[in-house]
Ligand binder design. Structure first.
Ligand SMILES: C[S@@+](CC[C@H](N)C(=O)[O-])C[C@H]1O[C@@H](n2cnc3c(N)ncnc32)[C@H](O)[C@@H]1O
Length: 311
């Protein structure tokens, strides 16, 4: 590092320090002097390395799917209940967060490939912000799931992603955990083919990670064997009766003590389906297993991720 680069690094650190009060500065000083920051730094570098691997898988997927990451063979319908019931065909833009993070979305907007607004009465400046919906988890959400929410040791454990789509959760589990079995069940055949191609392209261990083309309700055996079940919001993909049926199915088949991870609170999901009373005692909310790693995250960005255990 040259002298001027060193000065510029120091200046950036000072900018940060200038925002802290005395007691915060003291804590930072202790953290650095105790050398424990070195362990945190190593962990941070490992996270950056896995982030690059996940970015590479995302870039490979972009070549296999349309820009919107939706297939003509699927039926995506805006939900009529719940917190996404305000979405319509005209006010909603589907942007996959695993493929395009915030910075990439900004670039796409600058290049005019994505719009943030829609006109609510033509030719006027009376525009409204589009609702951006992602059908995959972001890389940051995946890191938070495996480095903060779940226990660090998942050896001999099976992770199931319900509706694995592009496979984002599977690749996250593969690179960020030591789980011995990682399974995705996806009802859309084309997406299963995409996941298989990616698993093959990146030479992932087929004994550890696999995709099953099926309706999850046809595979109670897999659900029963799984120790961690991850369910991203399904509202755009199933109608209300099917959605209710799925939760009854999960209650029947997910074994006691398993972890369930959702990206919306179960209270909200079950209330919108009018089944909260019926299922409220099934789950308990858990505190994260690796709280010390919260240091690596903007926790507010991950506040929509919930960890439960099955009672
Ligand atoms: C919101 S996406 C989740 C993608 C992925 N789990 C993630 O978080 O990145 C939901 C996926 O679930 C699939 N799906 C919906 N109902 C299903 C069912 N009953 N069985 C299997 N897959 C289902 C849909 O085809 C869709 O690809």
């Amino acid at each position: 590092m040259s002298d001027s680069e060193l000065i510029s690094s120091k200046s950036r650190i000072l900018d940060l320090f200038a925002e802290l009060d005395d007691s915060e500065l003291n804590s930072i000083e202790q953290w650095i002097c105790s050398q424990s920051y070195k362990k945190d730094l190593e962990a941070k570098k490992t996270l950056i390395r896995t982030d690059k691997l996940l970015t590479k898988t995302g870039d490979a997927i972009k070549k296999l799917v349309p820009f919107e990451a939706e297939m003509s063979s699927e039926k995506i319908v805006p939900p009529t209940v719940g917190d996404q019931a305000d979405c319509t065909e005209s006010n909603t833009c589907h942007v996959d967060e695993f493929l395009y993070d915030h910075d990439q979305v900004d670039t796409l907007v600058k290049e005019g490939k994505l719009k943030r607004h829609y006109c609510i009465d033509c030719n006027s400046r009376n525009v409204k912000e589009l609702i951006y919906i992602s059908h995959s988890m972001s890389r940051q959400a995946l890191q938070y799931i495996f480095k903060v929410l779940l226990p660090s040791d998942l050896e001999d454990k099976q992770i199931l992603d319900v509706g694995s789509r592009l496979g984002a959760v599977l690749y996250g589990a593969y690179y960020l955990s030591n789980a011995s079995s990682i399974i995705g069940i996806e009802m859309n055949k084309e997406f299963c083919e995409v996941q298989e191609k990616i698993i093959h392209k990146f030479s992932m261990d087929a004994d550890r990670i696999r995709v099953i083309h099926s309706d999850v309700m046809e595979r109670p055996d897999i659900v029963q064997q799984s120790n961690v079940i991850i369910i991203n919001v399904l509202d755009f993909f199933v109608d209300i009766p099917k959605h209710k049926e799925m939760w009854h199915f999960f209650k029947k088949h997910i074994k006691k003590g398993s972890y369930l991870i959702c990206n919306r609170s179960m209270a909200d999901t079950l209330n919108s389906l009018d089944m909260f009373e019926e299922l409220m005692n099934w789950l308990s909310i858990c505190i994260p297993n690796q709280m010390k790693n919260e240091i690596f995250f903007d926790v507010e960005d991950c506040s929509e991720l919930y960890l439960y255990t099955v009672n």
